[in-house]
Design a protein around this ligand. Structure first.
Ligand code: BGC
Length: 727
């Protein structure tokens, strides 16, 4: 093959590269057999593989793992599939935040917390990269709802934009060497994302130094020339008049050759990096089997409630109830969906083999349930799920609840049996208004194909659910801070960063289940917790975690910043670690906090935050195990000059006498109108505070000597010598 990456292309050839060659392929120079970029959705499986492709545990589920290693392995598994299906660029991950639980694509997103998303997704990306498959991080940016998504405008202030909505993207650009980013359909502050200079050229390519490709979301480009002039590199999918539009613009001088060359450089650079799979359709490299994937799903599930009903015991007689037990919802809908599931496994098959008795009624019909001797079962497990169109691209939920018939069935069953367990299938927080009627709740989210095995393994205790909520479950929909700023054409992000647990913890609104919460079958003891300060903005945290149970399981240690006297969210996740422990095993855990953990974008630049805070070692955003109070402040090493305040000098024994030697007369004159006054200004709180806040240049007005500037300069020199220890 000719060296296609260093070839000189004609302007026509270059313009052709700027738009897709078909629905999911791009960059197809004449002398190459197949397009260089061969893409496929999605974060939950390789759609290109059709019905043969595996449907993996969805992001909403695996985010609850808080487990970096699991995320790496999941990325690797998807990477293996990409190679098998001749795809070298996966259109994933999607790192938009769960701003509201109502947003339709939340199942594809990871969390309401930007740091958790950035770290976990970074590992997922590393996993895909380990198989030499590229990623497309989407949807840049503020695509936090589906309603009116093609035109919707997200109006958000700069600090919130940077600290919250762009954070995970920034982390991936800076830490994970990502190849491509997909701009979103919506507008951000009045400009469409695909032509948003501030987002694409200024921040992404400028400030963050992203040197990959910006791809448009499918058919989202409104003004092709505007988009290319403002940072887009590839329009997708193929649009048969784009070439002509671009050519005309080039000929009229509206699109420069320099701009075209820059996009082509990026397209060829990424194509070259991913070219390794062109001649390497490795369809035999299945490194993961269904059990590995099922285990990832089981471990990530979140046990929300367990009043002694789980795990099931072998002697239990169990009734499974609900359509969602026999036709489970295993994934969200839209472009991410992996169609025609053939490998779907159902829980009844597995549970039957393991329990004394396991019957199943595949609906919620109270009349039918009324014909059964419900009291004869030891436990009843109800499977609930959202309706077909909820949790789907292009549609936001209208309420938080499960369908009425499912809730009624749970309430009905609870009258005849005390041991009701509910398994939830959903992509984001739901209203659990039946919580008091049941003894167990297992959040299974969307498991992908392995539903039956994953759920059965958890119910029977073969695998311990170790997930922690990566989002807040509110008590009621009215508790959402942005309920009225959601689902409109123009959405004002008025709540700023106060949504999810940041809102609930700050304003003392009690959630049903908080961010970071999750039970397990294990019992973990935390011992010897210590937080050592190693620098102004450096802390080493250590503890021992012991599993005092007979189950294998994972514990998640969460580190939060707790605001004390500053207006910040009451809690902010700073770090986390997930520790895998065998029965009765103990491990020593070390977590390091460094200046980057305490850096925030505030009014135009990244700054270290300062004030009184608590550093919390916690089990959830509400369960603090240990807190150390700290004052975050960088020792300011200011020189002594005319702006130095008198308080900095008089309040410091090193400088006090020299300062008074030069300035007592002037202070007396200012305070009492008499240079020789016997009174002491420091005895009067008002005068003292006034003087202490005055800079040297202020008191200078009251030095009644002709050579006062020389005197003050001499004083400053003398004080500086003391400061530098020369005196
Ligand atoms: C979605 C993207 C997806 C693309 C290609 C769009 O509708 O927003 O996430 O990758 O279609 O299927």
């Amino acid at each position: 093959m000719a060296d296609i990456f260093n070839k000189k292309y004609s302007i026509e050839e270059k313009l052709k590269m700027l738009t897709g060659v078909d629905g999911f392929a791009a960059v197809h120079p004449k002398d190459v057999q197949e397009p260089l970029l061969r893409m496929s959705d999605s974060p939950i499986g390789v759609k290109k593989g059709g019905s043969k492709a595996m449907c993996y545990p969805n992001p909403c589920l695996v985010a609850s793992s808080f487990d970096r290693e699991l995320m790496f392995q999941l990325g690797k598994a998807l990477g293996t599939d990409c190679r098998a299906y001749n795809c070298n660029l996966l259109l994933a991950p999607a790192v938009n935040l769960k701003r509201s639980p109502l947003a339709g694509r939340n199942f594809e997103y990871y969390s309401e917390d930007p740091y958790l998303s950035g770290v976990l997704v970074g590992k997922f990306v590393d996993g895909l990269h380990s198989e030499k498959v590229g990623v497309c991080v989407k949807h840049f940016a503020c695509n936090n709802q589906e309603t009116a998504r093609w035109v919707q405008d997200s109006v958000v202030d700069d600090d919130t934009l940077r600290n919250v909505y762009l954070k995970a993207f920034e982390m991936l650009v800076k830490n994970n060497n990502i190849e491509t980013i997909m701009s979103s359909y919506n507008q951000v502050n009045g400009t469409y994302a695909a032509e948003n200079k501030y987002l694409l050229n200024d921040i992404l390519k400028g400030e963050w130094g992203f040197d990959g490709i910006v791809i448009s979301d499918w058919a989202s480009v409104r003004n092709l020339v505007n988009s290319f002039n403002n940072g887009l590199d590839l329009e997708m999918p193929n649009n048969n008049n784009s070439f002509q539009v671009l050519k005309d613009a080039y000929e009229k001088g509206e699109l420069s050759e320099e701009t075209i060359n820059e996009s082509v450089r990026r397209l060829l650079k990424v194509s070259k990096k991913l070219n390794i799979t062109v001649s390497n359709h490795d369809s035999t490299s299945k490194k993961f089997n269904a059990d590995d994937i099922s285990k990832m799903a089981s471990e990530s599930m979140v046990l929300l409630k367990n009043e002694g009903v789980l795990p099931l015991s072998k002697t239990d007689k169990v009734l499974l109830v609900g359509e969602a037990a026999v036709k489970p919802r295993i994934q969200g809908g839209g472009c991410a969906e992996i169609k025609d599931r053939k490998f779907l496994k159902l829980p009844q098959k597995h549970l039957k083999e393991k329990l004394a008795k396991c019957d199943c009624i595949g609906n919620y019909d109270i009349l039918e349930l009324g014909t059964i001797d419900l009291g004869s079962y030891d436990k009843i497990i109800v499977f609930t799920c959202l309706t077909r169109w909820e949790d789907s691209e292009a549609y936001d939920r209208k309420s938080l609840g499960f369908p009425e018939e499912q809730v009624s069935a749970i309430k009905y069953l609870s009258k005849y049996n005390d041991n009701i367990i509910v398994v939830l299938e959903n992509g984001s927080a739901v209203d659990l208004n039946f919580e008091k009627d049941v003894k167990g709740i297992l959040e299974a989210y969307y498991t992908g194909d392995c539903f039956g095995t994953a759920v059965s393994d958890v119910l029977t205790g073969e695998i311990t659910p170790s997930g922690k909520l990566a989002e807040t479950f509110p008590e009621r929909i009215e508790d959402l801070p942005n309920l009225y700023e959601f689902g409109k054409r123009t959405v004002y992000y008025k709540e700023g960063e106060f949504f999810g647990y940041r809102y609930f913890s700050t304003f003392n609104v009690k959630p049903k289940y908080e961010f970071g919460f999750g039970l397990t079958y294990c019992n973990f003891k935390w011992k010897n917790i210590k937080i050592d300060k190693v620098s102004d903005y450096g802390f080493d945290i250590s503890l021992d975690v012991e599993n005092v149970s007979n189950y294998h399981g994972k514990e998640v240690v969460q580190i939060y910043l707790k605001s004390e006297n500053v207006f910040e969210p009451r809690k902010q996740l700073l770090e986390f670690d997930c520790i895998r422990l065998a029965p009765h095993e103990e491990k020593h855990v070390i977590i390091k906090l460094r200046p980057e953990h305490f850096t925030k974008y505030i009014s135009g630049k990244q700054r270290l935050i300062s004030g009184e805070y608590g550093i919390v070692v916690g089990r959830s955003s509400e369960i603090d195990e240990y807190t150390k109070q700290v004052v975050l402040k960088k020792e300011e090493d200011r020189v002594i000059d005319f702006d130095t305040m008198l308080g900095e000098l008089l309040g410091n024994d090193k400088f006090r006498n020299v300062t008074l030697k030069y300035l007592r007369d002037a202070i007396n004159y200012w305070a009492f109108g008499d240079e020789n006054s016997e009174e002491n200004f420091e005895d009067n709180g008002f005068l003292k505070s006034h003087v202490y806040d005055m800079p040297i240049r202020g008191i200078a007005y009251f030095v009644r000597k002709d050579d006062k500037m020389q005197i003050l300069t001499k004083m400053i020199n003398e004080l500086t010598e003391i400061k530098e220890n020369k005196k």
